[in-house]
Design a protein around this ligand. Structure first.
Ligand code: ADP
Ligand code: MG
Length: 268
């Protein structure tokens, strides 16, 4: 984590955002603040509709804010930034383009950038086990493969910040665990700054340096948990007492899962 005198990679301060629709005003975020250090992996958890996606879209420069600011290396983010990439729940690959064309799309869109070579992308594809599938079309790939391709697409421009909005929520539980392991490996190798949204508390604890619990809408930071489990973390870490205890503590902080907390307490 950053020491006090190091500028954070992402500095989110006093962010408020409401949606104005014909049926009225929905406050989504209220005075949200969070600093993320360079190379840190931070997860955000909280009840549905508490403003998590709004926060990520704002950090991606896709929303205007009512108040507050989001700084990247000290500069306000006001529009999509080449150093910031996003991964969504759906892979959103273009169905009529090959895997290779899909993952190279951001490079084509950012043609001003010096851009890494095809070799770099091939390295990433190999890294996520997609080598040999470059000419396949999305419909020929499983959900997990499509989502791995969308991660390669996000990394293709070598961004310094990766924003991930429930990236594994549409996958089956086994694929989901594989993806968490893969993401941990990639993060250990690349040390991107990651802001990761999930509804799975154990996924958040497994992957993160810190887990941020948001309040209900309009979203604010309710509590931040430091996760001091050594890395690399094998999947079996999820069966350890320390892990189970912190998952229960986070669930309690969100305000649900208290039955699980009692069960853990009884077992202990
Ligand atoms: P989360 O990702 O935590 O589920 P969101 O950020 O998607 O929450 O949404 C926060 C609140 O803002 C919700 O009440 C949602 O209905 C509302 N909201 C989100 N996007 C829009 C929009 N484009 N227009 C109007 N209301 C929206
Ligand atoms: Mg959301």
């Amino acid at each position: 984590m950053a020491s006090m005198n190091v500028e954070p990679k992402l500095a989110i301060s006093g962010v408020s955002k409401s949606y104005k629709t014909r049926s009225g005003v929905t406050p989504a975020l209220n005075n949200f603040g969070l600093s993320v250090a360079k190379g840190e992996f931070v997860s955000i958890v909280g009840p549905s509709g508490c403003g998590k996606s709004t926060l990520l879209w704002s950090a991606a420069g896709l929303h205007s804010l009512d108040r507050g600011q989001i700084l990247l290396d000290g500069e306000p983010i006001t529009r999509p930034h080449p150093q910031v990439a996003m991964v969504f729940q759906e892979a959103n690959l273009l169905p009529w383009q090959s895997l290779m064309k899909n993952v190279e799309l951001p490079l084509r869109l950012q043609k001003a950038e010096p851009g890494p070579t095809r070799e770099r992308i091939r390295g990433l594809l190999t890294r996520v086990g997609l080598q040999g599938f470059e000419d396949r079309f999305p419909r020929e790939l499983s959900g997990g493969m499509q989502q791995r391709a969308s991660i390669v697409r996000a990394l293709s421009t070598n961004p310094s910040v990766l924003l991930m909005d429930e990236p594994f929520s549409a996958l089956d539980p086994f694929t989901r665990e594989d993806m968490a392991l893969l993401l941990e490996e990639i993060w250990l190798e690349t040390r991107k700054t990651v802001l990761f949204i999930t509804h799975s508390i154990s996924e958040a604890v497994f992957l993160s340096d810190r887990v941020v619990v948001m309040s209900g809408r309009p979203g604010q930071v309710r509590r931040i948990f430091d996760i001091d489990i050594p890395r690399p973390r094998p999947l079996s870490v999820m069966e350890e007492h320390g892990f189970i205890d912190i998952v229960a503590e986070i669930k309690a902080a969100i305000g649900r899962g208290t039955a699980a907390v009692h069960r853990v307490a009884e077992k202990a």
